[in-house]
Design a protein around this ligand. Structure first.
Ligand code: ZN
Length: 81
């Protein structure tokens, strides 16, 4: 589990190095945080994982990798209990 802060999105765990867009926030990737606000404001980890998974597959990610990546979201600072 990555311990560094400022390297990964605090919401979806995407490494900033892999961010396909232009980041607006120091803490979140360009997909999670856009137009000055979080794109998913809910509190449902499962629902959020589903959104990220579908986005990743839509953007051409390997399904197995997308599953792994979305599984890791539970360790993101935003979702830590
Ligand atoms: Zn993110």
């Amino acid at each position: 589990m990555p311990q560094q802060t400022g390297t990964y999105c605090e919401s979806c765990m995407m490494p900033f190095a892999k961010d396909p867009g232009t980041r607006e926030s120091d803490r979140y990737c360009s997909l999670c945080f856009k137009d000055g606000k979080l794109q998913y404001v809910g509190n449902d980890l499962k629902e959020f994982q589903k959104i990220v998974y579908e986005n990743m597959v839509k953007n051409g990610s390997n399904k197995l990798f997308a599953k792994f990546a979305t599984f890791m979201i539970r360790f993101a600072p935003r979702w830590k209990k």
